[in-house]
Design a binder for this molecule. Structure first.
Ligand code: PDD
Length: 286
């Protein structure tokens, strides 16, 4: 089946879907994006993802190119045309197509692209053995709360992770605290059994999966604390995991050369993962 993408009002064969060389997203990374998981053909946490998209646009003084309702139709149509059952939809908006010049162009017309694809199920080793994270200095800008397409530090860190045989790189700020992963939020469970994740500020993306897992953890009666934690504390944790729309509660069993807990995915992490997977299949919108 040939893939179809949405570009500024048109559904095009994926291989023919392109943006102009003067697109400011292409030239300046002057754009925002969202990734929404699709489970059983339904969107997981669609509304908060679209809320966050609108917030990112607002923070960058960009305008929504269409109504929210029209956007909801676009993501449904792109998922339908690509017959996506279990995968993701990707949405990107850039400020405008305009001759290259740093200031905003006059009357910018927000550009939009969307595509969707099925994803392979994650390898069983994720839950059987967990994954490894390496750590890197967090060299990103001061507005990581905005889901901007400007991801070069994330890309470089993820590449180093791959080269080290790791799944993720955890980014560490100048105070020695873990901010988040390159494309996921970071969590630990302390030896005293507290579930800890950094509170949201401009240093991290307020992950939608993070928000949902936070609620599910409360329902499960876990002791949740939102605060900074140091790399040293993470390495001494009983359990660790990451969350994102495409990596729902993935156990981390090694950070750099330090084995976490007994080196196997922790029971609380696995319980939260089960709970979240159940939520994904029950609470999504058609
Ligand atoms: N990444 N932090 C960063 C830096 C991210 O890029 C992401 C998501 C998250 C988790 O957010 P959420 O739970 O809303 O997916 C945290 C997406 C999946 C990506 O870039 O592909």
């Amino acid at each position: 089946m040939s893939r179809v993408a949405y570009v500024n009002g048109r559904y095009l064969p994926h291989r023919a879907a392109s943006v102009h060389i003067d697109d400011r997203g292409y030239q300046f990374a002057d754009g925002v994006y969202e990734v929404v998981a699709i489970v059983g053909g339904r969107f997981v946490d669609e509304a908060p993802h679209l809320d966050r998209l609108e917030r990112s646009l607002k923070e960058l003084r960009m305008t929504m190119p269409m109504t929210r309702r029209a956007l909801e139709s676009v993501i449904r149509e792109v998922a339908r045309r690509n017959r996506v059952r279990d995968g993701i939809v990707y949405l990107q908006m850039s400020r405008a197509v305009a001759p290259r010049d740093h200031p905003f162009p006059r009357n910018p017309k927000t550009q939009i692209v969307a595509w969707a694809r099925n994803n392979k199920p994650p390898p069983a080793s994720h839950t059987e053995d967990g994954v490894k994270a390496i750590t890197m200095p967090d060299i990103r800008w001061g507005r990581c709360d905005i889901k901007s397409t400007a991801l070069l530090p994330n890309v470089l860190a993820k590449q180093l992770a791959r080269e080290a045989g790791a799944y993720e790189a955890w980014l560490v700020d100048e105070n020695g605290n873990v901010t988040e992963g390159t494309s996921s939020n970071a969590w630990i469970i302390t030896p005293k059994g507290e579930l800890v994740t950094r509170s949201t500020d401009n240093a991290i993306l307020s992950g939608i999966t993070r928000l949902t897992v936070r609620e599910l953890a409360k329902e499960e009666g876990l002791r949740l604390v939102e605060r900074s934690f140091s790399l040293a504390e993470a390495k001494g944790a009983r359990e660790a995991f990451v969350t994102s729309a495409s990596s729902p509660v993935v156990p981390v069993t090694q950070i750099d050369n330090q084995v976490i807990g007994n080196g196997k995915p922790g029971s609380t992490t696995l319980k939260l993962r089960e709970r979240y997977l159940r939520y994904m299949s029950e609470a999504s919108t058609a």
